[in-house]
Every structure is written in C-alpha cells, then in structure tokens.
Design a protein. Structure first.
Length: 115
C-alpha cells in the first residue's frame, strides 16, 4: 500500500482518514497480503537512498528529509538514520507550538525550519 498515512489535517481541526487507516483493520477483512510502502516505513527511505547513490552519487550522509510532520517525515528519517528538518510554519504544525509535540512523541528533527 502506497501512502500509509493514517490521517491528514484538513484545517479547522478536521482530519481525514487516509489509506493507512484502513490497514489497521483486520487484514483478512480487506487484504490477503498487505505491504506498506511509504513514510515512515524503512523500505521507501532505503529505496530513495539507493536511487540517490546510483543516479547522482549522493552519499547517505548528504541527504536530508524535509517535511511538515513528525509521525511520517521525521520519524522515517530518524529510523533511516538520515538528517531531518521539520517545517513548522506550514502544514501540520502551522500556528502550533511544535516543542510540546516533540516532547510528547519523543520524535526530534535535526533542524527546525521556521521561516
């Protein structure tokens, strides 16, 4: 399953159910075989790292994941052991104090982008 996000912000504290939400249901109800591909799962990061090395000779140490969510973008980067930067003035954390969410989740980026 591509895009295994569970939910996505739609504004005004409204969140949609995304494809990953349905993967939490009993597997036999919907799927005979289920393979999750996408953030934060390691397989998508490994693939991107391999492509960067093969096509552009970019080493893993030169890669940074830039995203606006802790639970997909930053968690995935941390698991893949690549640098990460969290955008805080756009997307999921727009207008929120991201520090309390980082402390609560124990998911920390290497950098914050707040411009």
């Amino acid at each position: 399953m591509a895009n295994p996000d569970l939910t996505a912000p739609r504004g005004n504290n409204i969140f949609s159910k995304e494809p990953g939400f349905y993967s939490l249901l009993e597997k036999n109800e919907l799927f005979k075989s289920l393979h999750l591909v996408g953030k934060p799962y390691e397989n998508i990061f490994s693939y991107a790292i391999k492509v960067a090395k093969k096509r552009w000779n970019i080493d893993k140490s030169e890669i940074i994941m830039v995203g606006d969510t802790l639970h997909t973008d930053i968690l995935g980067a941390n698991y893949a052991k690549i640098k990460s930067a969290l955008i805080v003035k756009y997307g999921f954390f727009q207008g929120l104090d991201v520090s309390k969410y980082m402390a609560q989740s124990k998911i920390y980026p290497d950098f914050l982008i707040d411009k």
